[in-house]
Ligand binder design. Structure first.
Ligand code: UFG
Length: 338
C-alpha cells in the first residue's frame, strides 16, 4: 500500500518515512517546508537508499493536493502537517486555526473525492489538558486544552469522529503523542527547531553544543518527586514505529480508534538534564526559574492499549534518547542549515 505523508519532511514525519520504507511500504511525501528543510528529504533518501515521490505543496492548496492523488495511487494518509508551537499559537490563534483546520478539511475533501478511506492523525497528549490522574488512559476526559494549538488537535479529532460516524467504511486512527525526543541513530535526521527552542530536549542539546548558556528549569515547586515537571519522553524512532503499527491496524479495521503513544514512564526535568550529562559526558548548566504559564505538573501515558491492539511498545530508553539527540546535534550544530 502506498502511503502519503503530509508534512513528511518534519521531525516525526521524516523518521516515520524511514520506518515505513524499512517495513516495505511505498511512500509519497508532501511538505511546503514552512517548518522543515529540503535537506531532510535528501537525508531520508540517503538513510533508506530509496527514492520516492516528493511534492512541494501546501496541503490546503486543493488543486495541488488533487494532483498528488491523481498521479499517485494513495491507499492511506498519515497527516503530520500542521503548526505546532504552543506559545506561537497563543500569539497567532487565527493563523493556527486557519492552517491546521484548513489543511485537514482540504485533505478530507480530497480523500473523499478519490475514495481514500484510511487516515492516521498526529494528535497530542495536549488534548487531555491537566489530567485528573496519571498514567493517562485514552478514556480520560479530553477538551481541557489550554492553548489554540491544543484546541486545533482536539477539533480535528472531533472532525474525524464525525467522518467515521457518517461513513462506516472510513478508518481513522488518532495517535496521541507524548513528548517525542531523540533522533535517528545515523545522526543524519533529527529535530531542527527554528530559533530558540521551546521544548526541553532541544534546549538541553543546544546548551551542550554551546549555542545557549544554561537551561532554565521552569519551576521546582510542583508536587512531583523533585519538584520539576514530569513528562513521558518517547524516542522518535519508537514513535515512528508506532505509525507503522497503526498502518497495519488500519489495513484491517474500520471506524475510529485512539492510541496513546508514550513509554508509560515519567521523567522530571532534572532527570532529563542528569541523564543527558551521564549519557554524553557533558556538563549541562541549569538554573531554576519561575514556572512557565500553562504548564502542568505531571503527564505520562498508560500505553497498554497500543501494546494490546497494535502490538507496539516503546523499546528505547532514556540513554538512547539522550545519546541520539546529542549525536544529531553535534553533527549538525545548525540543524539542516549549512
Ligand atoms: N522545560 C523546562 N525548560 C525548558 C523547556 C521545558 O524546564 O527550557 C520543562 C517544562 O516546564 C516541562 C518539561 O520541561 O515540565 C517539558 O516541556 P516541553 O516544552 O519540552 O514539552 P511540553 O510537555 O510542555 O509540551 C509537549 C509538546 C506539545 C504537546 C505536549 C503534550 O511540546 O506540543 O507536549 O503534552 F502539546
Amino acid at each position: 500500500m502506498k502511503i502519503l505523508l503530509t508534512g513528511g519532511a518534519g521531525y516525526i514525519g521524516s523518521h516515520t518515512a524511514i520506518e515505513l520504507m524499512n517495513a516495505g511500504y511505498e511512500i509519497v511525501i508532501c511538505d511546503d517546508f514552512s517548518n522543515s528543510k529540503p535537506e531532510s528529504i535528501k537525508r531520508i533518501k540517503k538513510i533508506s537508499g530509496k527514492e520516492f515521490p516528493f511534492y512541494e505543496i501546501d496541503v490546503a492548496d486543493k488543486p495541488a493536493l488533487e494532483e498528488v492523488f491523481e498521479k499517485e495511487n494513495i491507499g492511506a494518509v498519515i497527516h503530520f502537517a500542521g503548526y505546532k508551537a504552543v506559545g506561537e499559537s497563543v500569539a497567532k490563534p487565527v493563523s493556527y486555526y486557519r492552517n491546521n483546520l484548513d489543511t485537514t478539511l482540504t485533505l478530507l475533501e480530497t480523500m473523499q473525492k478519490y475514495g481514500v478511506k484510511n487516515l492516521i492523525f498526529s494528535s497530542s497528549a495536549t488534548v487531555y489538558g491537566a489530567p485528573d490522574e496519571v498514567p493517562i488512559k485514552e478514556t480520560a476526559v479530553v477538551g481541557r486544552c489550554t492553548n489554540p494549538y491544543g484546541w486545533t488537535k482536539y477539533m480535528i479529532e472531533r472532525i474525524l469522529e464525525s467522518v467515521c460516524v457518517s461513513d462506516k467504511t472510513f478508518s481513522a486512527v488518532l495517535l496521541r503523542y507524548f513528548n517525542p525526543v531523540g533522533a535517528h541513530i545515523s545522526g543524519l535526521i533529527g529535530e531542527d527547531p527554528q530559533g530558540i527552542p521551546n521544548n526541553l530536549m532541544p534546549y538541553i542539546s543546544q546548551v551542550a553544543v554551546g549555542k545557549l548558556k544554561e537551561v532554565g528549569v521552569f519551576g521546582n515547586d510542583y508536587p512531583t518527586k523533585d519538584g520539576t515537571g514530569v513528562r513521558d519522553y518517547i524516542h522518535v524512532v519508537d514513535l515512528a514505529k508506532g505509525h507503522v503499527a497503526a498502518v497495519k491496524y488500519i489495513e484491517n479495521n474500520d471506524g475510529l480508534e485512539v492510541f496513546n503513544l508514550g513509554t508509560s514512564v515519567g521523567y522530571s526535568v532534572l532527570d532529563m538534564i542528569h541523564a543527558f550529562e551521564e549519557a554524553n559526558g557533558i556538563k549541562i548548566p541549569y538554573r531554576i526559574t519561575d514556572r512557565r504559564p500553562g504548564d502542568i505538573a505531571e503527564c505520562f501515558a498508560d500505553a497498554s492499549k497500543a501494546k494490546e491492539k497494535l502490538g507496539w511498545q516503546a523499546e528505547l530508553g532514556i540513554v538512547d534518547m539522550c545519546r541520539d539527540t546529542w549525536r544529531w546535534q553535534k553533527n549538525n550544530p545548525n540543524g539542516y542549515s549549512e
